[in-house]
Design a protein around this ligand. Structure first.
Ligand code: ASP
Length: 371
């Protein structure tokens, strides 16, 4: 008797908060949004996080960023409205950003230490947990499209470098001369960092390439493995990403980047690491990240946000904030965009700014840059 009374008490204690929530409408509202009669679309993109202070961009430059972000977010959203899948929307928007020199992805990719552009990307389908990732590309115009081909047209999840480009050729995915990725601004960024490295350590023999094709002789030079690949003071980052919820309630995420200026030794960041820079699962959320990749890999940012939602029932914004706080504790910076199966959006960053855009509940685009 005593035992069954305490059982009843335990059941009551457990159920009471849930009942209160349900009465407040949270569960009911959420379910309603996702009913087949009332499908909710959702679309969010980012164009990288970094030191983007108010006033640091000229009004013209800021207008260019806003215009391109708006174009991409509207294109992805239109795809969803036209009944296309969340994967389609993600790919469409990312391709637009990859084709713009403004962002550190595709055309505007940053330079490696030896003066090359090395691109990474990944995409994930929240319905099936299928994923595709590519890394260390030099000739693929739109890495996100290759990542999707890896996911959909191969038995693999990740392909790198020459092999990935061979697969791209087989799939008739557009290849370009590596010179296509040259932009003066990114080149100057690299030169500034190399100069700074030189003056910081006069003894180190840092190669300073003269042009993209004039490869410095690095064979006999010692490289400092801890060389500067991130300078929070001056460089801005522009990795791009998108997350989407389509009319069938399916989530998708994708991310594309040139990585970090001055990266060496075939360094690969978080972007093509499924569960770090990109993650999507209909049971929780879709995430695309940007920031100091090493930290995002170590924290497993995308998977962490999804886990906090799936197993600890945290709302999306809280899950994103909690994970980003962990990145910060370790010394990393950056941000994420995320969307859940009900169309709730989470945007979190611990950098000065993050280029981002989303479609609000009235269907209008919102573009933001600063904190
Ligand atoms: N996460 C990217 C990387 O580490 C860079 C960035 O997002 O700024 O390669």
């Amino acid at each position: 008797m005593k035992k069954s009374l305490s059982c009843l008490l335990a059941v009551f204690l457990f159920a009471a908060p849930l009942l209160t929530l349900a009465q407040k409408g949270s569960f009911a509202e959420i379910k309603q949004l996702q009913s087949p009669q009332n499908p909710r679309l959702g679309f969010v993109i980012h164009g990288g996080a970094g030191v983007i202070k108010r006033g640091s961009l000229s009004p013209e430059r800021e207008a260019e960023y806003r215009k391109k972000l708006e174009e991409a977010v509207l294109a992805g959203y239109k795809a969803l409205q036209d009944g296309k899948t969340s994967l389609d929307a993600v790919e469409i928007a990312i391709r637009i950003l990859e084709d713009s020199p403004l962002f550190n992805a595709g055309k505007g990719a940053v330079f490696t230490n030896d003066g090359k552009n090395e691109l990474d990307a990944s995409i994930m389908n929240g319905k099936t947990l299928a994923a595709g990732a590519v890394a260390g590309l030099h000739r693929v115009k739109n890495p996100i499209t290759l990542a999707r081909a890896v996911m959909e047209k191969s038995p693999h999840v990740m392909m790198i470098s020459d092999g990935a480009e061979k697969f791209a050729a087989e799939q008739r995915i557009e290849l370009v001369d590596p010179k296509y990725f040259f932009t003066q601004e990114r080149w100057d960024d690299l030169q500034r960092i190399l100069e700074r490295e030189k003056s910081n350590s006069p003894k180190s023999q840092v190669p300073s390439p003269k042009s993209e094709n004039e490869k410095p002789n690095t064979k006999n030079q010692k490289q400092n493995p801890k060389s500067e690949i991130r300078n929070p003071k001056s460089e801005k980052y522009g990795t791009v990403g998108a997350v989407a919820l389509d009319k069938d309630g399916n989530l998708a995420a994708g991310t594309s980047t040139g990585g970090m200026t001055n990266k060496r030794f075939g360094r690969v960041g978080d972007v093509p690491i499924i569960g770090a820079g990109t993650f999507a699962d209909n049971d929780s959320c879709a995430v695309s990240a940007t920031g100091w990749g090493e930290f995002f890999i170590r924290v497993g940012v995308g998977r962490s946000i999804a886990t906090l939602m799936e197993y600890r029932a945290l709302p999306i914004q809280q899950a994103a904030d909690t994970t980003l706080a962990k990145v910060k504790t370790l010394g990393g910076d950056g941000g994420v965009i995320a969307i859940d199966k009900f169309g709730n959006i989470g945007i979190s960053f611990n950098s000065e700014g993050m280029y981002r855009a989303y479609i609000d509940s009235s269907g209008k685009p919102v573009v933001e840059i600063y904190k």
